[in-house]
Design a protein around this ligand. Structure first.
Ligand SMILES: Nc1ncnc2c1ncn2[C@@H]1O[C@H](COP(=O)(O)OP(=O)(O)OP(=O)(O)O)[C@@H](O)[C@H]1O
Ligand SMILES: [Mg+2]
Length: 89
């Protein structure tokens, strides 16, 4: 959101899972962007590496979690992360 916007971050517990949601009211994604979101080095930014989401997904997967997204053109995008809580947490 280069011209500013709202970013909402929430975290809650659901049984043995932590649920983290990160929601923006930016431009949303094209179909091509959505398809390539987690592909290393895919970027539409002039100064992007395209590694942010690929790396995030890898770290989350290696912790036994998962990351999903939802997006609407012109309205924004939401990333939802599920992570298993540590035993005894
Ligand atoms: N919240 C979002 N809204 C719209 N498009 C997004 C969003 N997040 C990612 N994208 C699209 O997915 C691409 C890849 O994102 P990713 O975070 O992996 O890398 P990047 O942001 O381009 O680069 P860097 O990680 O170096 O900042 C972005 O370039 C953009 O096209
Ligand atoms: Mg990024």
């Amino acid at each position: 959101m280069p011209d500013g916007g709202n970013l909402a971050v929430t975290a809650k517990r659901n049984g043995a899972q932590a649920l983290v949601s990160i929601s923006d009211d930016g431009r949303g994604m094209t179909e091509e962007e959505a398809r390539n979101l987690f592909v290393p080095f895919f970027t539409t930014k002039s100064d992007g590496t395209g590694l942010g989401l690929a790396y995030a997904q890898r770290v989350i997967n290696e912790h036994g979690g998962k990351i999903d997204y939802a997006t609407a053109r012109g309205k924004g995008s939401t990333f939802s992360i599920q992570l298993p809580l540590a035993v005894g947490a």
